[in-house]
Design a protein around this ligand. Sequence first.
Ligand code: ATP
Ligand code: MG
Length: 585
Amino acid sequence: MQFDEIIKNTNYSDSNKPNLLDYQSKYDDFDWYKDGFSKLDWLPDGGLNNAYECVDRHVKNGFGDKTALIWLGKNGEEERYTYSEFKDHSDKFGQVMLDLGMKKSDKVFIFMDRLPELYFAAMGILKAGGVIAPLFSAFGPDPVKDRMLDAGAAYLVTSPDLRKKISPILKDIPTLKNIIIVNKDNRFENPLLDDDLDYSELMKNVNSDTFKLVSTSQYDFSIMHYTSGSTGKPKGVLHRHQAVVQQMLTGNWALELSHGDIYFCTADPGWVTGTSYGMIAPWTNGVTQIIYEGGFSASSWYDIIQKYNVDIWYTAPTAIRLLMRAGEDVVSKYDLTSLKFIGSVGEPLNPEAVVWGERNYKLPIHDNWWQTETGAIMCANYTSTNIKPGSMGRPFPGITMGILNDEFDEIKDETSGILAVRPGWPSQMFAYWKQDDMHNSRFKKGWYITGDQASRDKDGYYWFQGRADDVINTAGHLVGPFEVESALIEHPAVAEAGVIGKPDPIAMEIVKAFVTLNTNYEQTEELRRELIRFAREKLSAGVAPREIDFLETMPKTRSGKIMRRLLKARELGEPEGDISTLEDD
Ligand code: ATP
Ligand code: MG
């Protein structure tokens, strides 16, 4: 069935979106090629280019005067760019890269704060056929070196301060040809070292009219992302231009993005959410995107939503838990009624957070599930379907998910097992970079093995249990850390909880929890006992934690995920492994 017919045959919700209520049967014959790729413009010669679909297409179709980007600098600056201006800047940067000799599939690392130039550069590189590899600007020299060496970085785009921070390692990257320095508003004196090139000078010397977009095919490489490092050493994941179709459609159907919306994604491009949904999905859908250079702050975020009338807000559970911690009083000071959709990804969204969101934002928070490897949303709670708090929703049309046993065969509903996806979705990774064995090990009996553990209920909703490695075997029960963590954070004293299995001679493992407390609560023996009691009441005695430790801060990745493997290694006095993505305390 064609996409348009599907929309025609379904009820419209208030927001003029297809009602996906019983979409599972309707979308049985959903076909990415027929129903998805036809929505893209494609290049005249049949090629496909991410950045063309994000930027140039809107200019060609008469939306050039619309605002693509509103940048809010950390010093209170504001800059606005229309789609035409965005095209102009990115064309110029594409020309800069071609003049420097960039070849198709060359990897260009982007290591900088969220400045407009980051996005101009990214789109320019993609239009000129290069592969972008964005990194968190908070990384120190070693994580940058590891990734640049691993990927064989050809170019680096960065800012003067960050360039200085990593100076010692740059000589160790033999493949690196040029370093381009963005000195935004001349924030730094003497910005260039060695043979560095100056972004503004380079841009001054090119003309956007001379740039000819390099034709890429849907199979050409586009983005290289390193995974978050929650379960081990981050893996390099290589994506292709064809991912754009899934990013666009999921942006539209799962996040409700459409032309003219004001959109605020709080993820940094160092994490895949900041590219798939901080660049490609919003701009292919023609929205005005707010880019905020600053970090987390409840009042700044609410202020942005109020001031810019944000329609759609995509964030992560860690941020939502921090907002909950900041309290209801802070929310009540702002008018957030412009919001029509809130989405969350990255970790399981505790049911408590869904309920809190509904109470405070007058909107439920829609959880969706995907991975660096999947490139785009795979499973989601939609506006037109009921949200079951704690569930990550149902597979996106065209995606087949399943729950498998240890032999990789499907098992019945309401049983916990391996979460798997049928391969062949458009934004599927091309490869784990230079890790063929690991790549192959993820495909079994016609399934892609996600590494997560989940169950599916009778209505087809998926319920995340935990990472496969994190599931706890205690006295014969399999316990997912998520349900224990969710129970604990329902206690008013608990801000965050991380749960592990601690080896035990009798029970095999016991459930051990680490918690951080909300302000105004003290780490006392009495509270510890109360929390154990509280968890026992919520959960069965076998599932509730036997031990609880207090922490000042929860170890998390820079993308905001609790690092349970680190909690466990520290508990057992074992080596900490790769901690390149560990957030500073
Ligand atoms: P690494 O693969 O390096 O260990 P990572 O898996 O955290 O790190 P990402 O690709 O950023 O790296 O995250 C994907 C994972 O995040 C998923 O496999 C899942 O475990 C978790 N996740 C993402 N969204 C959700 C969600 N809505 N509910 C539960 N878990 C989620
Ligand atoms: Mg992973």
